[in-house]
Design a protein around this ligand. Structure first.
Ligand SMILES: [Fe+2]
Length: 354
């Protein structure tokens, strides 16, 4: 055991073995568990049922005000659409929910209300000015980050357990797949270990705008593109650096990027090693420790997401288009915002109503 002059006590050297059988896994295999410990993510192929995908995507082009078959109407490159509908992952995607629970150490550790996902698609439609043959080094992609613009980040945080990435369209290489840097998890974890006061913006110093994650990614070597078929789901460790990429070939790309929270802060020092979640073990693995007695030096804190105002502005635009579509087709689209904008994040994120 080592006890540095400052910082938490820890036991150096990661020796834990994870046995999927002992944990009675039903959704993930031993290989999945090993892969998560090594690379920090698992893939649930075909995790979202067909009928849900069809229903959720039926009105997406109406909402965008664009023609799926006419790229001249694709006048915006990346659109973060607002959420009109939400569904519990447990109900509509039981395979994915099961895998999430297994990564998080059991269903009783999952904050169930956060496992509600919606139709807040992130579209990447490319740009006609991009050279389809251009090759970009992933380190130069630019917007590398870890998610979470509504809470103070800590190494043992409960707010974001997994970075979930759900494909609502086929996503090919060069068509704007999300990139992850699997060897970046260790670097982000080390930084948060050295910053027990936590961080609201992942900048050094806080508020400076000097984001630390792109700097870590400069030193990374193991990049993965999250490509796949419609309905595939990637569940990544919460400290996984990721970035969007250019959609060079302009296949329309739709994903959602929901989070899921733990009920309680994580514990990086547990009496019984069998009680560690795979997520906690991955953090310990990448810091090469058997346990860390981590204690936050500031209080845990939630705040209004930075993207909220932008998305709220799109709600009215989309509702107008949907109304016209309803009149034209005789169909019905039920939005939670029909009687005024609903601040759905408040109860889920534990934020005050505004
Ligand atoms: Fe992100």
């Amino acid at each position: 055991m080592s006890a540095p002059a400052t910082g938490p006590q820890m036991k150096k050297g990661f020796t834990h073995k994870f046995d999927a059988k002992k944990h009675d896994f039903k959704f993930l295999t031993q290989e999945d568990a090993n892969h998560f410990l090594e690379k920090g993510y698992v893939v649930v192929r075909g995790g979202i049922p067909e009928d849900h995908l069809k229903m959720a995507k039926e009105t997406v082009w109406v909402r965008l005000g664009m023609d799926e078959h006419d790229k001249n109407t694709w006048t915006r490159e990346e659109i973060h659409m607002p959420r009109h509908k939400m569904w519990n992952a447990k109900d509509f995607a039981p395979k994915v929910y099961g895998a999430m629970c297994e990564l998080m150490g059991g269903e009783d550790r999952v904050d169930r209300k956060t496992a509600s996902w919606g139709d807040s698609f992130i579209c990447n439609l490319g740009n006609p000015e991009y050279n389809p043959n251009e090759v970009i080094d992933p380190r130069d992609l630019g917007p590398w980050h870890v998610d979470g613009d509504w809470f103070r980040h800590f190494l043992d945080g409960e707010n974001q357990a997994l970075e979930c990435l759900v494909l609502y369209s086929d996503v090919e290489e060069r068509a704007g797949p999300t990139y992850i840097a699997t060897d970046g998890i260790a670097k982000v974890a080390k930084w948060l270990l050295e910053h027990p006061e936590g961080s609201e913006d992942m900048c050094e110093p806080e508020g400076s705008g000097n984001r630390v994650v792109p700097g870590f990614v400069r030193e990374c070597k193991d990049f993965v593109t999250l490509t796949g078929k419609t309905g595939d789901v990637f569940l990544c460790h919460f400290l996984t650096p990721h970035s969007r990429s250019r959609n060079h070939i302009r296949n329309s790309r739709f994903i959602i990027n929901p989070f899921v929270s733990f009920n309680e802060p994580q514990q990086l020092k547990r009496e019984n090693p069998d009680d560690y979640s795979l997520i906690e073990l991955k953090t310990l693995h990448d810091l090469d420790c058997d346990w860390i007695d981590f204690k936050p030096a500031r209080e845990r804190y939630h705040f209004l997401p930075r993207t909220k105002a932008k998305k709220d502005a799109l709600i009215q635009e989309e509702l107008q288009r949907l109304k016209e579509w309803e009149t034209k087709t005789g169909k019905r689209y039920e939005s939670m915002h029909e009687k005024g904008v609903v601040y759905w994040q408040a109860p889920i994120m534990g934020l005050a109503e505004v």
